[in-house]
Design a protein around this ligand. Structure first.
Ligand code: SDX
Length: 430
């Protein structure tokens, strides 16, 4: 990291600030000493121009539509690798040798069961509870069972907790789904791959054998890869902030799940599909485009736009290909939702408003159609996003905990409330 300096002059202050360069991407101005030098804070509530940490895990070039995990482009990982290999890469920093991969897969596979008592949690929820509500509660409760991997100062326990989270999230997600639809839980099977196991736990029933469709399993695995990590997005930043206080990793991931649920973030895949269903047919698209442009209408085109990507989201391209593969495999021709989606995309990409604001389809635009075709209800879409993103949350949490300069995150504020004033007794308040 080369060190330069920046000058910030205001009032009687001439602040000298250190500048740092990373491997890729914009330089940063370190403002840690600004308050001490000049008695002022920086102000950036949406973090549009603020780096919250140093990281080696993922890099996004929003202008070029580039996404790298430990330097490897997402399209190469998605097309040539698999999800557990991507998990190893995110957690350990390098692609595994065959032996390392076999060992990692063996360890993850044998952590997929959850404590049998946890299954009683689900019966406390209403059957019609949103599966994301069940995920928040169940994952947070993991720390009530796995005390032997909550000491974050112990590297071994950190890795055990990481493996447990990656391994158990599909099982918990499948249980949330089965509970939601009133079917019995299906235990994980050690003879299946990660994605095959997840589809089996979600769609197998005791009354007949479940046949794994390799095309659908490959599509599921690729969807997991596409959602694995994404720099300092809202839910990852939530996990980092929760972890900065020393909270255990299970509680931190539960906080990440809660943040991901929002429709501006991970909830967008569910919202995007609901939007496509609301539009219903191509001839109604202009009406919704007009609403998206209308400043007085809170409606937004779900699945479009991104804080960082001001070019096409590279994941959306792969998601669109996967969508076509799944629909072809299932013999779903002329899916009306896909037709609406493709026409909406075509119009939006030629419309002046979307071009000027650099609003492109993001990863959530095509995922909903794919997941619906795979057999998932829309309420499960964000749950699947959470399953995939758990490895990214945990890798970023580990990186933060292992950073020797790590401190509790404690932002300041611009206070615009009442100045100091004395208490007034009730009878004097008029
Ligand atoms: C994810 O951060 C990540 O990396 C997230 C994620 C990950 O992998 O973790 O990539 C996953 O969350 C993808 C994003 C999914 N969300 C959606 O699809 C919801 C719809 N999109 C928007 O809500 C919005 O685009 C955001 C939240 C994604 C980004 O919001 P920003 O960066 O704060 O942008 P903004 O709200 O300031 O919008 C800039 C302008 C505004 O117009 P002006 O005020 O400048 O006139 O663009 C407009 C917005 O009104 N705009 C949209 C729009 N998104 C932005 N107008 C219509 N439809 C949209 N979807």
């Amino acid at each position: 990291m080369t060190e330069q300096s920046a000058k910030l002059n205001f009032g009687s202050t001439n602040a000298g600030l250190e500048m740092r360069s990373g491997t890729l991407g914009p330089d940063v101005i370190d403002v840690t000493s600004l308050y001490k030098q000049g008695g002022v804070f920086t102000y950036d509530p949406g973090f549009s121009s603020t780096a919250s940490c140093e990281s080696k895990i993922t890099y996004i070039d929003g202008d070029e539509g580039i996404l790298l995990h430990r330097g490897y482009p997402i399209d190469q990982l998605a097309e040539r690798g698999d999800y557990l290999e991507t998990c190893y890469l995110l957690l350990y920093g390098e692609l595994p040798t065959q032996r390392e991969k076999d060992d990692f897969v063996y360890r993850v596979t044998r952590h997929t069961m959850i404590h049998e008592q946890m299954s009683r949690f689900f019966t406390g929820f209403r059957r019609d509870a949103h599966p994301m509500a069940v995920m928040c509660g169940s994952v947070g409760a993991l720390s009530a069972f796995y005390h032997d991997s909550t000491d974050i100062a112990d590297p071994h326990q950190r890795m055990v907790a990481s493996l447990r989270m990656v391994a158990k999230m599909p099982t918990i997600a499948a249980m949330a789904y089965k509970y939601h639809i009133g079917q019995p839980f299906v235990y994980p099977r050690n003879d299946l791959s990660y994605a095959e196991n997840f589809l089996h736990m979600c769609f197998a029933v005791p009354c007949e054998p479940y046949r794994i469709n390799p095309v659908l399993a490959r599509a599921m695995d690729r969807i997991f890869i596409l959602h694995a990590d994404h720099e300092q997005n809202a839910s990852t930043s939530t996990v980092r902030l929760a972890g900065s206080s020393g909270a255990n990793p299970f509680a931190c991931v539960a906080a990440g799940i809660a943040c991901l649920w929002g429709p501006a973030h991970g909830g967008a895949n569910e919202a995007a599909l609901n939007m496509l269903m609301e539009i219903g047919s191509k001839d109604r698209i202009p009406e919704f485009i007009a609403r998206a442009k209308d400043k007085n209408d809170p409606f937004r085109l779900m699945g479009f736009g991104h804080r960082v990507y001001k070019n096409y989201d590279p994941r959306a391209k792969i998601m669109q290909q996967t969508c076509h593969e799944v629909l072809d495999e299932l013999g779903i021709k002329d899916d009306p939702l896909l037709e609406v989606a493709m026409e909406l995309e075509r119009i939006a990409l030629t419309d002046e408003y979307f071009i000027e604001k650099k609003l492109y389809p993001n990863v959530d635009f095509y995922s909903g159609i794919t997941l619906k075709a795979l057999g998932f209800p829309t309420t499960m879409f964000t749950v699947l996003f959470a399953v995939a993103r758990t490895v990214g949350w945990i890798a970023q949490w580990k990186e933060m905990i292992e950073d020797p300069h790590q401190r509790i995150g404690r932002p300041r504020q611009l206070y615009t409330g009442a100045p100091m004033r004395d208490y007034v007794s009730p009878e004097e308040r008029g």
